[in-house]
Design a binder for this molecule. Structure first.
Ligand SMILES: Cc1ncc(COP(=O)(O)O)c(C=O)c1O
Length: 448
């Protein structure tokens, strides 16, 4: 770390110098001070917050990594993207201490119009801004309860919608997130359409969407007084599952049949990642509610609940002190504009198709790669003991992640029980995608 950055810490009252800049020192100190990090300290180093550009990040010892996580889908344009920094500099003197949502301000109103304009459907929409994806999910859920007068929800297994109250009740991707905590709302849970391991034993080409029939049966026997069906258009945390459009359409139609709302959780898959503003558009469905997060804030904490007007009728039904303050809103407006100016939807679709082709090459090459799937820049590989048995290989996956990070210097994330995912920033080039896949290839070879 450069001296000037150490000096900043010194000026803040910390007696630190170069010799303290080691991964072990900060991982130990972090383990004592931080109640939790979601990732494994045996695998990852301590990130250097003072350097990095595009898809290149560094740990505190100066080791360089190629990042395919995009800060878990947060950094749409990578680290310290010059045009973004220039815009940010131009608005440095904007008053940022005006919390959004309590009072009107121009930037948040323009942003609400923008968000409503790019999300699917020509119906009248309204927007509530939040400070996280989970809160965005909850904003939609609360409105769905308000407008329907119903209190129960349909959700899936696996599913990830956040770690707070109502959102946690929708989540089921890892028992560590949930066990011991009471459910905030009543949920009817059915299997997420997972064609590689279809729970009903069929395959996608000739299936009769048994997953939709399973939901119909669940509603018949458990009751169909449902406020909303809450679904990820691609299951991210749960294992990078890409449902077939016919299943999503079937679930949507059934939801409408019982008079419930359909909600697409776009926190991870949205913001143009799949080549469409909302990933649900890939399935030909126009949802009633949409939750957005991560990339919409361009590195700042922001989410959005988008719903049918009037959404919340009474004042104060939902709000957050720090949502959509002016600077964040202006930055978000810039991101939307830059996505269009730079044709990033098209680029993401094309680069994503290329990435999937490369993943399929790994599938052809390695017996332990059971499946490769994805849309746009959201793609994953599922690891198995062998292709025939399809037995899940969670330990092998963990070893591959460890080798990728520590030996190949590829900053990568797992998801589900035996899957790895690429959710890179949109500025990633073909060469960088090739480099990343080659490094992953070597990590697989070294782990089997
Ligand atoms: C689909 C989905 N919904 C909601 C969330 C929760 O977002 P946050 O961590 O910002 O609350 C996530 C986070 O990974 C997500 O992937």
């Amino acid at each position: 770390m450069e001296e000037k950055h150490i000096q900043i810490l010194k000026d803040l009252g910390y007696n630190l110098d170069q010799k303290d800049m080691t991964n072990d020192y900060w991982k130990k100190r972090g383990a004592e001070a931080l109640a939790i990090t979601t990732q494994d300290r045996d695998v990852y180093g301590c990130l250097d917050h003072t350097v990095g550009e595009g898809v290149t990040i560094f740990d505190i010892e100066g080791t360089e990594y190629l990042d395919v996580t995009g800060g878990v889908a947060v950094r749409s344009f990578g680290l310290r993207y010059k045009p973004y920094l220039e815009f940010e500099e131009s608005i440095l003197d904007v008053v940022k201490e005006l919390p959004g949502m309590d009072f009107d301000a121009i930037p948040q109103t323009l942003l609400a119009e923008r968000v409503a304009g790019v999300t699917p459907g020509n119906h009248k929409k309204r927007v509530v801004f939040t400070t996280s994806g989970g809160r965005a999910v909850e904003g939609c859920m609360k409105s769905a309860m308000d407008l329907s007068g119903k209190r129960r929800f349909v959700s899936f297994r696996p599913a990830f919608h956040g770690r707070t109250g109502y959102a946690l009740a929708m989540t089921s991707s890892n028992s560590r997130h949930k066990s011991g905590f009471p459910q905030g709302v009543d949920v009817i849970r059915v299997f997420y359409p997972y064609c590689y391991r279809c729970p009903y034993g069929t395959n996608v080409e000739d299936c009769s969407i048994e997953c939709v029939e399973a939901l119909r049966y669940a509603l018949q026997v458990e009751g169909d007084d449902i406020a909303a069906t809450v679904m990820e258009p691609i299951s991210g945390e749960g294992g990078l599952l890409v449902p077939p459009a016919k299943a999503v359409q079937g679930i949507y139609e059934l939801t409408r049949e019982i008079g419930a709302y359909f909600m697409s959780d776009e926190v991870q898959a949205g913001m143009g990642r799949t080549g469409k503003w909302c990933a649900i558009e890939n399935h030909g469905v126009v949802p009633d509610y949409i939750s957005m997060g991560k990339g919409i804030g361009g590195g700042y904490p922001m989410g959005a609940s988008i719903g049918p007007s009037p959404m919340f009728t009474g004042g104060s039904r939902h709000s957050e002190t720090f949502s959509a303050e002016p600077k964040m809103s202006l930055l978000s407006l810039w991101i939307f504009k830059h996505m269009e100016d730079g044709d990033f939807l098209k680029k993401n679709a094309e680069n994503g198709a290329y990435l999937l082709k490369r993943f399929n090459e790994l599938k052809d090459k390695h017996e332990v790669v059971g499946d490769a799937r994805g849309i746009g820049l959201m793609a994953g590989i599922e690891f198995v003991k062998d292709k025939k048995s399809k037995e899940k290989a969670p330990k092998l996956r963990d070893q591959i992640v460890k080798n990728a990070v520590q030996k190949q210097k590829l900053w990568i994330l797992g998801c589900g029980q035996n899957v790895i995912r690429f959710i890179p920033s949109y500025v990633i080039t073909r060469d960088e995608l090739d480099d990343a896949v080659d490094r992953l290839d070597k990590a697989i070879e070294a782990s089997v």
